[in-house]
Write a protein that binds this ligand. Structure first.
Ligand SMILES: [Fe+2]
Ligand SMILES: [Fe+2]
Length: 156
């Protein structure tokens, strides 16, 4: 696989990680509604984990003699998964937005895993580590959404 192309794909994923980090971080600040405390702790934990993914990706980009994306203005242009602003702070809405983001991340990292499987065991390992955590994130948020739905349906 072409190294420049790989660096470009890693920079696209790095852009996604910063956007995911901020979406979780600011979501945890503004979220409102039932089960707010549980949602805030989960969003805050996920934010720190997205930041650790950014660390892993940028370290690998530098090992490959590339340059990590230098400007936040490029995150939206380069990212695969976009950014969903938590303009409606209701818990369920924020959970839905972040579940969508995790599903996108899982798709992107699954493709990267396939691409690096043969020629680049080091990148493969890093991607596998990140992908496993994105799968956990998606499960954790879905479990919260399920609890929220159960709670609301019992109240009716
Ligand atoms: Fe991530
Ligand atoms: Fe994630």
């Amino acid at each position: 696989m072409d190294v420049d192309e790989l660096i470009n794909l890693l920079n696209k994923a790095l852009s996604d990680e910063w956007l995911a980090y901020y979406q979780y971080w600011v979501g945890a600040k503004v979220v409102k509604g039932p089960m707010k405390d549980a949602v805030i702790s989960e969003l805050t934990l996920h934010a720190t984990e997205e930041l650790s993914h950014a660390e892993l990706l940028s370290a690998r980009i530098i090992q490959l003699e590339g340059t990590p994306v230098l400007s936040p203005a490029d995150w939206l242009k380069m990212g695969n998964c976009g950014y969903e602003s938590p303009s409606d702070p209701y818990v369920e809405e924020i959970l839905n937005q972040n579940i969508k983001g995790e599903q996108c991340a899982i798709r992107v990292y699954s493709e990267l895993l396939e691409l690096t499987r043969i020629g680049d065991p080091v990148t493969y390992n890093i991607i596998l580590q990140i992908l496993s955590q994105e799968v956990e994130h998606e499960e954790d948020l879905s479990a919260l959404r399920e609890d929220l739905e159960l709670m609301l349906s019992r109240r009716r």
